[in-house]
Design a protein around this ligand. Structure first.
Ligand SMILES: NC(=O)c1ccc[n+]([C@@H]2O[C@H](COP(=O)([O-])OP(=O)(O)OC[C@H]3O[C@@H](n4cnc5c(N)ncnc54)[C@H](O)[C@@H]3O)[C@@H](O)[C@H]2O)c1
Length: 295
């Protein structure tokens, strides 16, 4: 494995590109938006600077990492030479099915196609390609350069060889891979999202405020971040999309998204990325301030 194509240069895509490039892989980063690509390169450079400040890398490693990344706005140009594609585009079923069909047409026949999806069925994504045996889930955690876990998701047709290759590759990136099977939410989000949804219900029903709910979980359960802050960090639209997959996939009302979450997403209050969610985010501010609506 040498040539890695990362599709989507948002929150996750820039972190995945950073991690592969820092480990010596040649990375083609693809996005439909040139502005998103430019923003991703800036974010990667800023995160590398932070690593230099911490003393974990030097200037030469920063230069080498940035030199390992090329950007493209056309999937065909960016993916033709790929040994592995890691798709981290918007969490939308139609977008992903279309992308995987296109990837299986433009890539080398032996390519492995991985998705970083949080919740969409790997088996369904694989079925859109010519070779479902070579399709797998490679679910990185946010922020990718920092978080150790890769949840490796086997679709119905994924082979042992492909799974072993991705497990080994994850270790080469300094990560700890865990193999799981393809059912709604896999393991990580099947457990995390009902907790986040319950925290939102707790707020919605007036049991406690934003600060109080997060403090209980931080100080009482030793979570590094409260569930409402974590939801803001993940993106409330992403949380809602995952809960809908769990609700539809299992048909169990316990996964129904809280109406408050639905309202917030409809209003465009998506958390960190929109500047406001349960907390409000002003550029440069390190203080965690509860959003006016909940203050
Ligand atoms: N945000 C998280 O904490 C998190 C964690 C784990 C996994 N994920 C998953 O990672 C994926 C990406 O999430 P994100 O938070 O980075 O989203 P994001 O909204 O930050 O970025 C998505 C990017 O994909 C691009 N895009 C959309 N359609 C495209 C296409 N057809 N071709 C190329 N690029 C396209 C968009 O322009 C955007 O830049 C999703 O599947 C999500 O479920 C997210």
């Amino acid at each position: 494995m040498k040539n890695i194509t990362v599709i989507g240069s948002g929150t996750m895509g820039n972190g995945i590109a950073h991690t592969f490039a820092q480990n010596g892989f040649s990375v083609s980063l693809v996005d439909i938006s040139d502005a998103a690509l430019q923003k991703a390169l800036q974010t990667i450079a800023g995160n590398l600077d932070r690593q230099i400040k911490k003393g974990s890398i030097d200037e030469a490693a920063k230069t080498a990492t940035l030199n390992n990344i090329k950007t493209y706005t056309d999937v065909k140009d960016g993916a033709a030479d790929a040994d592995l594609v890691v798709e981290a585009a918007t969490e939308n079923r139609e977008i992903k099915l279309k992308l995987f069909k296109q990837l299986s047409e433009v890539c080398k026949p032996e390519v492995i196609l991985a998705s970083n999806t949080s919740s969409i069925s790997i088996t369904e994504i694989a079925a859109a390609t010519a070779n479902p045996a070579n399709v797998i889930g490679m679910h990185f955690m946010n922020p990718v350069p920092v978080m150790k876990l890769v949840e490796v998701i086997r679709g119905y047709a994924t082979t042992d060889v492909v799974t072993d290759t991705i497990m080994e590759l994850s270790r080469q990136l300094g990560k700890e891979p865990v193999e799981v099977n393809d059912y709604p939410g896999f393991v990580a989000n099947r457990i995390l999202m009902p907790m986040i949804n319950e925290a939102i219900y707790t707020l919605f029903e007036g049991v406690a405020g934003v600060h109080e709910i997060d403090t209980v979980m931080k100080l009482g359960m030793a979570h590094p971040m409260g569930p409402l802050q974590l939801a803001d960090f993940i993106g409330l639209d992403v949380c809602l999309a995952i809960l809908k997959v769990l609700h539809n996939g299992f048909g169990n009302p316990k996964y129904a998204p809280c109406p408050l979450l639905v309202n917030m997403v409809t209003a465009g209050h998506l958390g960190v990325k929109s500047g406001s969610g349960f907390y409000k985010y002003t550029a440069g501010s390190k203080d965690l301030v509860v959003a006016e609506k909940f203050a």
